[in-house]
Design a protein around this ligand. Structure first.
Ligand code: HEM
Length: 121
């Protein structure tokens, strides 16, 4: 599932460039990134102690990451779940991803908040 998702991320014109910029910069290529993400989900879903990073800190530090991009990421993730998993599993995993995504998006909005700009309604 994770491997298939990042194949589609690389092809996506909106979020693909953000990953390419960030991962290329950190010389981390895709394999280790996908392994880390698989560990993150194994930890979040199966309670395996397979991840101890800080996604909020990482995403707040990616200047090219715009809050509205989370909709693209989450919709692509949900679609890939349905391509690879039976419905009840896909729906449960999607709900968890959307909950985590809302939190990360708020963190990015806070990190990028500029009091000199007019508020967005
Ligand atoms: C538009 C939305 C998103 C973009 C563009 C994005 C981009 C990235 C990038 C570029 C990295 C790698 C940073 C690096 O290693 O230099 C990363 C790491 C990660 N992302 Fe995202 N992400 C998005 C949404 C999400 C969401 C919604 C989740 C979870 C539901 C998530 C989970 C993670 C995790 C667990 C890591 C590893 C953090 C670590 O290094 O420990 N991301 N993301």
């Amino acid at each position: 599932m994770v491997e298939r998702f990042y194949v589609r991320v690389r092809e996506n014109p909106i979020i693909g460039p953000v990953f390419l910029e960030s991962l290329t910069e950190s010389r981390e290529i895709w394999g280790p990134h996908e392994a880390k993400i698989a560990g993150f989900w194994a930890n979040a879903i199966l309670y395996e102690r397979s991840y101890d990073g800080n996604p909020m800190m990482v995403h707040s530090g990616i200047s090219a990451l715009k809050p509205e991009m989370f909709d693209v990421w989450l919709d692509l993730f949900a679609d890939t779940l349905r391509q690879t998993l039976p419905e009840p599993t896909a729906a449960a995993w999607e709900a968890l991803a959307r909950r985590i995504g809302r939190g990360l998006r708020m963190g990015v909005e806070t990190a990028q908040y500029d009091p000199t700009l007019p508020p967005k309604f």
